[in-house]
Design a protein around this ligand. Structure first.
Ligand SMILES: Nc1ncnc2c1ncn2[C@@H]1O[C@H](COP(=O)(O)OP(=O)(O)OP(=O)(O)O)[C@@H](O)[C@H]1O
Length: 229
């Protein structure tokens, strides 16, 4: 599904040039669950942003579902993201002025669906992730764990094949963090491919494979032994 070959990413500011990714090669198969780890500043978020078509690499090849997308312009990347990639963020990124239902409906605004179909999809995902009793609440009326549950609803409502999560449990206590990881595992079992950045070894244990980055380079790749049954 994801094939990165010799991906390099440079950031240029007035004084310095930083190489955030160095010759990164990474293949992710459909249905895999990958964790990306490494110290602060090693390039984890940059890698996730490249995979999620939020940024383009400076050089290298990126094939997504067999299509070369490394040179896509911003408008092409935006179009491809819609409905295909769901994002989960550490700070949830919910809009405080919108209710839970309205937040979850946002990614559907760009898809060609009737209002009834949109409402049904939102209701289905709120039910499935057990947060429908809070549908008319505003984000600040919810606990952190509930907010992340809503964040995950929004990431999956358009049924994307790929879910990208940047430290999804970073702002949660361990009980809520574990619930979020169980939710991601369940979505993965239902077929979603997941790439997750994490600082937590415990969270990384849920993944099939753990990639470690150091100074923009992949230094180790470890397969986890996961009991699938
Ligand atoms: N927009 C940008 N402009 C300039 N430099 C950047 C930019 N984004 C990232 N960098 C630099 O690229 C390197 C990698 O950053 P990145 O955010 O990917 O690291 P990270 O591993 O996700 O860090 P953290 O764990 O602290 O979030 C860092 O040196 C950072 O300063």
């Amino acid at each position: 599904m994801i094939k990165l070959e010799k991906i390099n990413k440079y950031f240029q500011t007035e004084e310095v040039q930083t190489q955030a990714l160095k010759d990164v090669n990474l293949h992710v198969k459909e249905g895999e669950f990958i964790a990306i780890m490494g110290p602060s500043g090693c390039g984890k978020s940059t890698l996730l942003n490249v995979i999620g078509l939020l940024e383009s690499p400076t050089s290298g090849s990126y094939q997504l579902d067999g299509k070369e997308v490394a040179d896509y312009k911003e408008s092409q990347r935006t179009n491809l993201r819609k409905g295909n990639i769901g994002f989960v963020f550490q700070n949830f990124h919910l809009i405080n002025q919108l209710t839970v239902s309205e937040n979850v409906m946002l990614p559907l605004a760009y898809l060609d669906l009737s209002k009834t179909d949109r409402k049904k999809k939102v209701e289905d995902v709120l039910d499935r992730l057990k947060i429908s009793h809070r549908r008319n609440h505003y984000p600040q009326q919810l606990s952190g764990g509930q907010q992340q549950r809503v964040g995950i609803c929004r990431a999956v409502v358009a049924q994307p094949k790929l879910i990208l999560a940047d430290e999804p449990t970073g702002n949660l206590d361990s009980k809520n963090g574990q619930e979020v990881m169980e939710l991601l595992t369940e979505l993965n079992r239902q077929g979603a491919t997941i790439v997750m950045v994490t600082h937590s070894q415990r969270d990384a244990n849920y993944a099939h494979r753990v990639i470690s980055l150091l100074d923009g380079e992949i230094v180790t790749e470890v397969e986890n032994e996961i009991d699938l049954f």
